[in-house]
Design a protein around this ligand. Structure first.
Ligand code: NDP
Length: 450
């Protein structure tokens, strides 16, 4: 390894990842994005190459895949596939959400689990990286079907998790209802009430105040720091927030609280647009309480526009917060946003911007906050939930909000500082990757080759 060229080393690792993991494009995308920005780190500290840190990081500790058989409301057996990737526990128990969506496969779970390692490291808390889920579509399923599916899922997953081992939470398609069903089944299987085995729980069983709001609020707190450095603020700005789920709703809420005008949001069917600003309270009511689709917003605001199957990124705005899903914003979307005057983008979702979209933003000097850093508020408050569970206390909303703001601000500072130190000033992707990586890498060296 003596005198090894860092660029060559990174390319070799990426190539090996492709060979070893055929047909996992989302996973390569996440690995490439991270690895390329680490070249200056390997040049400065060859010890990481000597210890094969990157090769070890791209190989999960384990990937668990299992059958989930359950009975639907018609009495017919159904079969889905469940996953949990336990990627890296160098700095703490595996921690990451569970996603229920038909698109879930090994590639998606691995990209999410891999990103989670660095995101969790950036929060400054003692949590490792993991992720999981199932290719189950919760849409149009009854409460009882969701319960039976979730219980069957937990029958298998319960063997691999625990407060000091692996602590799942929600993600796409998994919210408070699903987590509570999991808590119930896990308790029954274990014969013990292990509060700390999940986060995102209901408040009455040890959940944390503000967990629901944390990812969306955190994204806006992070974006606020980006704006400050540009000499701007949310006040009076036109903001587009894609999605209308857990992250999106609270990103919209906080942006409006900061004086912005949220002009559009979406779901997988289309978007709603109102140049005068959307009524976020109504969207919350429709999505969280009534479980409706966003086109139903138009019934209350006939002057707003609903467009089915059209890209939300064609609309004009100053700030864009993609908060729906991976690769939802492609090169064309990025070009149109730039043409329409966007100057800041912060990712509330995981990897929502394609590689080419990010290049468009970077080439046009659009301030860009990567998901790893900008959406870390959710997992940060999950770790605060774990801390409350361990010490059997409950902190107030205000106390947690203050901690969240501090954590997001620290993540921003760390990312800015690392980017500057390694010659990519202003590049928060490089900064977040480097800062997240270095902490885990140093601990891995200290713990030996395992
Ligand atoms: P939800 O399931 O609550 O919401 C997802 C939303 O995105 C839904 O409104 C969904 O619409 C919409 N959507 C899905 N695909 C598309 C698409 N192609 N175009 C437009 N809208 C789409 O998920 P979350 O809000 O929890 O998660 C959103 C993202 O944030 C994910 O990338 C997740 O990994 C990430 N994230 C979530 C965290 C959390 O705490 N929940 C923490 C950190 C990151 P529909 O209802 O039609 O499917």
């Amino acid at each position: 390894m003596e005198g090894k060229d860092a660029k060559k080393y990174v390319n070799e690792v990426i190539e090996k990842v492709r060979e070893r993991n055929p047909n996992e494009p989302e996973f390569y995308q996440a690995v490439e994005e991270l690895a390329e920005s680490l070249i200056p780190v390997f040049e400065k500290y060859p010890v990481y190459m000597e210890n094969a840190i990157l090769e070890r990081m791209v190989e999960p500790d384990r990937l668990i895949m299992f059958r989930v058989a359950w009975i639907d409301d018609e009495g017919c057996p159904q079969v889905n596939r469940g996953y949990r990737v336990q990627f890296n526990n160098a700095i703490g128990p595996y921690k990451g959400g569970l996603r229920f969506d038909p698109s879930v496969n090994a590639s998606i779970v691995k990209f999410l689990g891999f990103e989670q390692i660095f995101k969790n490291s950036l929060t400054g808390q003692a949590i490792g990286g993991g992720k999981g889920g199932a290719d189950f579509d919760p849409k149009n399923r009854s409460d009882m079907e969701i319960m039976r599916f979730t219980q069957s899922f937990m029958n298998e997953l319960s063997k691999y998790i625990g407060p000091n081992v692996d602590v799942p939470a929600g993600d796409i398609g998994v919210g408070g209802r699903e987590i509570d069903y999991m808590v119930g089944q896990y308790k029954r299987l274990r014969g013990a009430f292990e509060k700390g085995a999940f986060t995102g729980k209901g408040i009455d069983v040890g959940g944390s105040l503000m967990r629901k709001e944390s990812t969306g609020y955190g994204t806006v707190y992070f974006a606020q720091r980006m704006l400050e450095d540009l000499g701007k603020q949310f006040e009076g700005q036109r903001v587009i927030v894609s999605g209308a789920g857990k992250v999106s709703i609270y990103a919209m809420e906080k942006a409006v609280e900061f004086g912005a005008k949220v002009v559009a949001c979406s779901d997988s069917g289309g978007y709603i647009y109102d140049e005068n600003g959307l009524d976020v309270e109504l969207i919350k009511q429709l999505k969280e309480v009534e479980q409706k689709r966003i086109y139903e917003y138009i019934d209350s605001y006939p002057n707003a526009r609903y467009e089915a199957e059209k890209s939300i990124w064609m609309l004009p705005c100053d700030i864009a917060l993609p908060c729906a899903t991976q690769n939802e914003l492609d090169e064309d979307g990025a070009k149109k946003l730039v043409e329409n005057g966007v100057y800041a983008v912060a990712e509330g979702a995981n990897m929502p911007c394609s590689h080419d979209a990010i290049a468009v933003f970077q080439n046009n000097k659009v301030a860009f906050g990567p998901g790893k850093a900008a959406n870390a508020g959710g997992v940060a408050v999950s770790a605060l939930e774990m801390a409350q569970n361990s010490s059997r206390v409950s902190w107030s909303f205000e106390a947690i909000d203050n901690m969240l703001q501090e954590i997001m601000s620290n993540i921003y500072d760390k990312s800015v500082a690392a980017a500057k130190e390694y010659g990519s000033e202003g590049n928060l992707i490089a900064g977040a990757n480097i800062a997240g990586f270095k902490k885990v890498a140093d601990v891995m060296i200290a713990q030996g080759v395992i």
